[in-house]
Design a protein around this ligand. Structure first.
Ligand code: AMP
Length: 186
């Protein structure tokens, strides 16, 4: 099973992706987490992306697409995966479609989580993970970047037949139940 979980910063993608991955025994792939690990390990990629991520901007498409392609190609995710934080631009979505096509694979579900801006901001400010991009100023930038560059990805998938909008407000468990009921297999 291959799933994309999509939404603005603070929508709960990471939390829900982890739960969905555990539920189905699939792999949780978070591009943000991969980048943060690269930064902590001091790799070339980490050095390249650190200031971009600290500022709340997007890493260039090619670097993200290469990383995702390498991860998927080098691992045998036989049961599938849930992508969290990717694709974040329409160009990334197109590149991902090409990758799937080359591999003779397809996407099963695109879950789009929604929540009002005030709730997103409150969640990000209070999540306390110590992230350098969870400050008020950087959150504002990330929401602007989301609206300008990432929200159009929804339009890209809207007519694909696998698009599901899920209400991302309420408790973690309530949201998870909504996601499960959207999925073809439970
Ligand atoms: P996240 O953990 O998903 O909130 O991602 C944290 C940061 O990593 C983002 O603000 C971006 O700077 C960078 N990032 C993660 N995924 C992507 C992506 N698909 N495209 C561009 N930048 C990304």
């Amino acid at each position: 099973m291959r799933i994309i979980i999509f939404g603005p910063p603070g929508a709960g993608k990471g939390t829900q992706a982890k739960m969905v991955a555990e539920h189905f025994g699939i792999v949780h792939l978070s591009t943000g987490k991969m980048f943060r690990e690269a930064i902590n390990e001091g790799t070339e990629l980490g050095k390249l992306v650190k200031s971009i991520i600290d500022e709340g901007h997007l890493v260039p498409d090619q670097a993200v697409v290469d990383m995702v392609e390498e991860t998927i190609s080098n691992n045998n995710y036989s049961k599938g995966y849930i992508l969290d934080g990717f694709p974040r631009t329409v160009d990334q979505a197109v590149a991902f479609d090409n990758l799937l096509e080359r591999r003779g694979e397809s996407l099963d579900m695109f879950i789009s989580l929604h929540a009002p801006d005030e709730e997103l901001i409150q969640r990000l400010l209070s999540r306390g993970e110590g992230r350098s991009d969870d400050t008020e100023e950087k959150i504002k930038t990330r929401l602007e970047v989301y609206k300008k560059d990432t929200a159009p990805v929804m339009e890209y998938y809207k007519h694909s037949g696998i698009y599901w909008a899920v209400d991302g407000t309420g408790s973690v468990d309530e949201i998870f139940q909504r996601i499960l009921s959207a999925l073809p297999v439970r």
